[in-house]
Design a protein around this ligand. Sequence first.
Ligand code: B1M
Length: 213
Amino acid sequence: MENTNIFISITEAIRDGDSYDIAEMVQSSLDSGNDPYKVFNAMIAGLEQCGTLFEEKEFFLPDLIMAGEAFTTGMEVLEPHLAQTSIGQAGKVLLGTVAGDVHDIGKNLVGFLLKSAGFEVIDIGTDNDTEKFLQAVKEHQPDVLGMSALLTTTMLGMGDVIKTLNEEGLHEKIKVIIGGGPVSKRFAEEIGADAYASDAVEGVKKIKELIEC
Ligand code: B1M
C-alpha cells in the first residue's frame, strides 16, 4: 500500500478501535520499509482523533476503551522495531500514574523510550496514591520519580506526593518529573516538581538532564 494511505489507514484503525486489523497493518507498513517512528505517529494521531470525537460527543467511553486496546495491540508489533536504539545503563527511574487515574499509554511510552535509552525503569502502574509512591521510592531508591496524570481531577495528587516526599526528607535524594495532558510547566513549578515534559521524547531528555545535574 502507498505510504500515505497506510498511515491514514493506521490512524483510522486506532481511532475506530480496530484491534483485529491493526497488527497486520502495522506489520505490513514496516515490511514496506516505512520508518517505525512515522508508523508510531500515525497511531498517536488515531488516539488524538478519538479524544477529539469524544469531546464532541460523537464517541463514547467504549470507543476510548477500544482505541486504547487497538493502540496496545499495534504497539506489540511496533515496539521491537523502535527498541533498536538501545544503549547502556543510564540511571534508575520510577514511573507511575497518580491515584484515581487509569490512563497508562503515555506513561508506558515514556518507560519504553527510557528503557531504549538505557535506563532501568520500575513501573508501578496506574492508580497510585501517595502512600504507594512513597513506599516505592523507599524500596527502589530511584534517581528520578516520574508521575503521569491525564485528568484535571487527578493531577492534584502529584502535589500531595511531592509534599510528602519533602516532609519525609526524600525529595533531597531524588528528582521529580511530571507529565500528562492536563499538566504544564507552570503547574510543575507550583507543586515543586523538578521538571515537566510535554511528550515522551522530551521526558527522556529532561530525565537525562536531571540525572546529570
Ligand atoms: Co480517557 N480521557 N477517560 N480514557 N482518554 C482523556 C484523557 C480525555 C482528554 C478525553 C477527552 O475528553 N477529550 C479526558 C480527560 C479530560 C480532562 O480531565 N482534562 C478523558 C476522560 C474524561 C476519561 C474518563 C473520565 C471518561 C469517563 O469515564 N467518562 C475515564 C477516566 C478513567 C480514569 O482514569 N479513572 C477515561 C478512561 C479512558 C480509557 C480507560 C477508556 C482509555 C485509557 C486506556 C489506557 O490508558 N490504558 C482512555 C483514553 C484512551 C483516552 C484518550 C482518547 C487517549 C489518551 C492517550 O493514551 N493518549 C484521551 C484523549 C486524548 O488524549 N486526546 C482521553 C496518547 C498518549 C501517548 O498521550 O497520555 O497524553 P498522553 O501522553 C503523552 C504526554 O502527555 C506525555 O508523553 C506522552 C507521549 O508523548 N506524558 C508524559 C504522559 N505522561 C508523562 C510522564 C512524563 C513525561 C511525559 O514523565 C514522567
